[in-house]
Design a protein around this ligand. Structure first.
Ligand code: GLU
Length: 315
């Protein structure tokens, strides 16, 4: 099958270097890599190292080495967000009256009554929207989200189907520049995806509830929407998302190609739903990738057939 593809395809893997790659982040890397290869597109690597407090020493190099050992070769030069502040500053300026300084601490926001409506996100109650309370100093910069009928953003996720979020009631005005002076992920990711010409974002479903915010920012900045595909998050035996916080183990890519296959690539393929690959013996990593690309195409095709069939039966 040939995947219907945009005139060109640029995808990316955008890890935060908070630690070495674990199985959850390798699965996200693999999905974005396979999708780019299946579309004969480019695959970029961007290190999202904006949160200097959470960056772990040498984690960026460990991530790069792991990708190399897995023979996942990115196109072009690696982008480092820590070197791109001028772009984020320019975008913030471009937003003009849509942004405002905010004096609230996390604690004050958490204590606000509106929290009861929130799911995973704490809804900002709008305290500083119409000006800082007397005697308070600005800490962060927030973006005003639209209210009422204008506030919902919907998109067709290539994996999850049609999704939507109401920015006013589910998110509230969100931070673009943080109280600690760091650029917020939401602003940086939108600016970089556009500056790098990314057409397709493939990432973990833990970022699903950021997508509506990113779409709104794209609109305000006059940037195109990329297509989105969010893959299910890899969980541990307790049902928690694999992450540094939940104690996920670093991927072991020492040893021979066979070891890399056995300890990293085949388990990641299994998590992605490429089950038959996981049970096969590959002589080399490159032979694995060849099979994995066509298996990914097939998986997407089956997935979209199932989605179409269930949409029809729901009609
Ligand atoms: N840097 C984010 C992370 O490591 C991913 C950002 C994205 O893919 O949009 O969770």
């Amino acid at each position: 099958m040939i995947l219907s593809r945009p005139r060109h395809y640029i995808g990316r893997f955008a890890p935060s270097p908070t630690g070495p790659l674990h199985m959850g982040s390798l699965v996200a890397a693999m999905a974005s890599y396979l999708d780019a290869k299946a579309h004969r597109g480019q695959w970029l690597l961007r290190i999202e190292d904006l949160d200097f407090d959470r960056n772990a020493k040498d984690a960026d190099q460990m991530i790069i080495d792991t990708l190399r050992r897995c023979q996942m070769q990115w196109d072009g030069a690696i982008a480092w967000q820590s070197q791109r502040s001028a772009l984020y500053e320019a975008a913030l300026q471009q937003l003009g009256d849509a942004i405002y300084p905010c004096a609230c601490s996390r604690r004050e926001i958490a204590d606000s009554r509106l929290n009861s409506q929130a799911t995973s996100i704490t809804v900002y109650p709008g305290t500083c929207r119409n000006g800082l309370p007397a005697g308070r100093q600005p800490r962060s910069w927030r973006l005003k989200v639209p209210a009422g009928a204008q506030s919902r953003r919907s998109f067709d996720d290539r994996w999850m189907g049609r999704l939507s979020q109401d920015l006013a009631t589910e998110v509230g005005d969100f931070v673009l520049k943080r109280a600690d002076g760091f650029w917020a992920y939401q602003l940086a990711v939108v600016v970089d995806d556009a500056a790098q010409g990314v057409t397709d974002v493939v990432r973990g479903a833990d970022l699903l509830d950021s997508t509506a915010r990113q779409m709104y920012l794209q609109e305000l900045l006059g940037l195109p929407y990329p297509r989105y595909l969010h893959i299910p998050v890899v969980a541990n035996a307790n049902g928690e998302k694999l992450s540094k916080q939940t104690g996920a183990q670093a991927i072991d890519v020492g040893g021979s190609e066979k070891d890399v296959l056995q300890h990293a690539l085949l388990p990641a393929a299994h998590f992605l739903g490429l089950h038959h690959l996981a049970g096969t013996d590959y002589p080399t990593i490159s032979s694995f990738w060849q099979q994995a690309i066509s298996a990914w195409q097939q998986l997407l095709e089956e997935h979209s057939n199932t989605a179409t069939a269930s949409a029809k039966s729901a009609d």
